[in-house]
Design a protein. Structure first.
Length: 428
């Protein structure tokens, strides 16, 4: 009976990879609770636009290399598309499509006037010098010129990209149009129109969400024993904020493995060590454990702030946390979600828990467009208000409907996009 099913063609889509399937399965699980028409649902299963480019880079030794690169825009129904750019060997069309879809739900859940996008360059950034990274970033940006703009698609940092990367993107775009356009990217240096508190926003936002969850669970955050996977911009700041709230951080990890101290780590010392020595590998006075062991440590709160695909069907049964918080995008697979649910371990989903980053990105864009900048306290207060409001909607919907926090978060996001899509209709 469905018009959509009859007319749609059986096809294998180019972006249909395991990570995209994960995003799509989560969408399908939420859909029965979202009350949207099948034609709206079908539209949202597809990214609106996907650009594949190749980026030639002259290396420092005069050899040259070509890198595959992507930008996927999932939905422009609510406004310009928004999302990070990552430099990573695993970047692919499917990965960007999955992450772009998650960005759509994240922005909509937070009621930001954006749709989702994600992009990246498939490279190993650790093997590239600063000069090579600059050339790569500038050429990637110029390849994206036909599809980006402050009212079209706005980039931000993601894995292995940072304020400097955004400064190069902003400069490349600005040189093309002939004047400074700070609002083309967010997560820029403050000197270029970046926002105060954007650097801390994702990690700090995760702790705002965790604190809110503790309140609902009747726990005192200051009494919780936490483990943090990942020690980059998200994990490092989340660990610092947790300690600031009086919680104990028993272990953290980076690519070199985990550092564990049962009576609590000195997070500031670990951060200083990692900054000076490049990793935690030689950090003294702690027990060094593997990343796999870290995920299985007995604790109250496990923060997943490394990358996708970390808690899987293989290890979800061995997670010994009472609450899991997703600081990274997509760290828990669909199978692992089911196992954790079965075991009564709630998961604070990525689209809520790490939404502090894009929320302060939105504040940055608004400040840039208005050429009027806000103070740190104002930004922090506005962030807490936005995240608190989204958290309450997700928690209450999950309790009322008996669905997971992830499905509740997606339902909230999907409903916002669907309402706008229904009102706008399909062009022409
Ligand atoms: N890359 C971050 C994310 O996945 C931030 C995106 C943004 O600020 O636009 O949410």
């Amino acid at each position: 009976m469905s018009e959509v099913e009859e007319l749609s063609v059986e096809q294998t889509l180019e972006w249909d990879t395991p990570l995209f399937q994960q995003a799509l399965t989560q969408f399908e699980q939420a859909l029965p609770h979202a009350d949207v028409s099948e034609s709206v649902a079908e539209r949202l299963r597809f990214p609106e636009r996907a650009l594949m480019v190749s980026v030639p880079v002259r290396l420092d030794d005069q050899r040259f290399a070509v890198y595959a690169a992507y930008r996927v825009q999932h939905s422009s129904v609510l406004g310009p598309t928004k999302g990070g750019v990552r430099f990573d060997p695993d970047v692919s069309l499917g990965e960007c499509a999955a992450l772009a879809m998650w960005m759509t739900w994240k922005c909509a859940l937070l009621r930001l006037p954006y749709g989702g996008a994600k992009g990246g360059v498939r490279c190993n950034p650790k093997e590239l010098s600063q000069a090579e990274l600059q050339r790569l970033t500038r050429r990637y940006t110029s390849e994206l010129l036909p599809v980006i703009g402050p009212q079209e698609d706005i980039a931000a940092p993601d894995m292995a990209t940072n304020e400097q990367t955004m400064a190069w993107m902003m400069d490349t775009y600005s040189m093309q149009v002939g004047h400074a356009v700070p609002e083309i990217v967010t997560g820029k240096p403050i000197s270029l129109g970046g926002s105060l508190f954007r650097h801390e926003a994702t990690g700090a936002g995760a702790v705002i969400v965790i604190e809110r969850a503790c309140q609902r669970l009747g726990w005192d955050l200051a009494e919780q024993r936490c483990v943090v996977q990942g020690f980059g911009n998200v994990g490092g700041i989340a660990a610092t904020e947790l300690v600031g709230k009086g919680a104990k951080v028993l272990a953290v990890s980076d690519v070199s493995g985990g550092a564990y101290a049962d009576d609590g780590l000195d997070v500031m010392a670990a951060l200083a060590w990692a900054a000076e020595h490049g990793s935690l590998e030689t950090f003294p006075g702690v027990e060094h454990i593997s990343n796999a062991e870290l995920l299985e440590l007995p604790c109250d709160i496990l923060v997943l702030a490394a990358r996708e695909d970390q808690v899987t069907a293989e290890n979800a049964g061995a997670v010994h946390a009472k609450l899991v918080a997703e600081g990274a995008n997509g760290p828990t697979t669909v199978e692992a979600d089911a196992i954790l649910a079965e075991r009564g371990i709630p998961v604070l989903p990525d689209v809520l828990t790490n939404a502090g980053g894009v929320t302060v990105s939105y504040f940055e864009w608004v400040q840039d467009l208005g050429r009027l900048f806000w103070g740190r306290d104002e930004i922090r207060a506005r962030l807490a208000e936005k995240l608190g409001d989204a958290f309450d909607r997700v928690w209450d919907l999950s309790a009322e409907s008996g669905i997971s926090l992830r499905s509740a978060a997606l339902v909230s996001g999907i409903r916002e996009v669907a309402a706008a899509l229904t009102a706008r209709g399909i062009f022409p």
